[in-house]
Design a protein around this ligand. Structure first.
Ligand SMILES: *[C@@H]1O[C@H](CO)[C@@H](O)[C@H](O)[C@H]1NC(C)=O
Ligand SMILES: *[C@@H]1O[C@H](CO)[C@@H](O)[C@H](O)[C@H]1NC(C)=O
Length: 317
């Protein structure tokens, strides 16, 4: 009968609409129940995840997020100067695995908080060479090229995930929701794993002299860690692969420092402010530069950038 069949159709349509209404807000709900502080902290970490993802993707495969998962880049500008590195059959697959781990991290963060599109990143030789020159307090000749070989790439990798790691340690006690705490614990676990792999590979080669500089790998790590401590302006939160014997018990027999940690071997923590000072290379959270020529995105990073404009900081600061 016509009336009943149209009633059925209407009922089916109503059910369908009702189900759609249930489904659509489901993802929005998952996001909206994330408290504001948690959202801002996760947004902040997205800046670093983009940096790591693009460095590892390009370094291992010569292609970035725009090829691997363009929706995650969200139409943000492509990174400056990123390229494939000259890596051995041992190191390339390791870096490729790191790369996909970072893609997963971006996906996980963006399914929890709205996030933003990929910020402008500077992954050029010049950008890394600047960090290394600053670390040594003098220009190295030829300029340090992160993409030249295994050892250079791993030294450059020593610069990046560790900063993210200290950020997650710092963010964790500030998080209110168990959803974001679970996510951050998961991110921290894998970031520290990456850091451990990089440090172990470098530790194996600690006494090796990096060509053509004749400077040991251990010394590179020590200088980079000291630079990060200096830029962060918040004490010692970073240590190279070999530390002075007086840091440790056991009368200086052990000076190796394969993992960095405080006196109780707990991971160091850094605030977003300290991290921005380091990744901008400026030592100032309101002065962008370094790996983020236009600064980071999200409420926290943009807040510092806005402060600069409001206070009308002279451009040379
Ligand atoms: C920050 O993210 C928003 C949202 O994705 C985007 O519209 C904006 O252009 C981004 N700003 C910068 C400086 O990258
Ligand atoms: C968060 O806490 C609620 C309430 O205690 C619980 O039902 C939920 O399973 C927890 N979620 C996670 C991801 O642990």
């Amino acid at each position: 009968m016509a009336p009943s069949s149209s009633t059925t159709t209407i009922r089916q349509m109503t059910t369908t609409v009702f189900l759609l209404l249930l489904l659509v807000p489901a993802t929005q709900n998952a996001r909206s129940i994330v408290p504001r502080t948690d959202r801002e902290l996760l947004d902040f970490s997205l800046n670093l995840e983009y940096l790591e993802a693009e460095f590892f993707l390009h370094g291992s495969m010569g292609r970035g997020l725009d090829h691997i998962q363009p929706n995650l880049a969200g139409g943000g500008p492509p990174p400056i100067g990123a390229r494939i590195a000259n890596l051995s059959p041992l190191i390339r697959p390791i870096i490729m695995q790191f790369a996909y781990q970072e893609v997963g991290h971006i996906r996980a963060i963006k399914s929890t908080v709205p996030g933003f599109s990929r910020p402008l990143l500077d992954l050029s030789v010049k950008s890394f060479a600047k960090v290394i020159n600053k670390a040594f307090g003098r220009p190295l000749f030829p300029p340090f090229n992160p993409y030249a070989n295994d050892i250079n790439y791993m030294i450059a990798s020593y610069i990046i995930p560790y900063v993210g790691l200290t950020g997650y340690v710092g963010a964790n006690p500030l998080l209110k929701s168990n959803i974001t705490r679970k996510l951050v614990a998961g991110l921290l676990g894998v970031e520290s794993g990456q850091d451990a792999v990089i440090r172990t590979l470098l530790y194996e080669r600690a006494a090796l002299r990096v060509l053509p500089y004749g400077i040991t790998v251990a010394r590179f790590t020590d200088k980079i860690s000291k630079l990060r401590n200096k830029l962060g302006h918040a004490g010692v939160k970073d240590e190279g692969l070999i530390v002075p014997a007086y840091y440790l018990l056991g009368r200086g027999i052990i000076t190796g420092n394969v993992l960095a940690g405080n006196t109780n071997s707990l991971a160091f923590s850094r605030t977003p402010k300290e991290i921005l000072r380091i990744v901008y290379g400026s030592g100032k959270e309101h002065v962008p530069g370094g790996f983020f020529p236009k600064g980071g995105n999200g409420t926290i990073a943009k807040g510092y950038l806005r402060k600069r404009k409001l206070d009308n900081w002279p451009s040379h600061v």
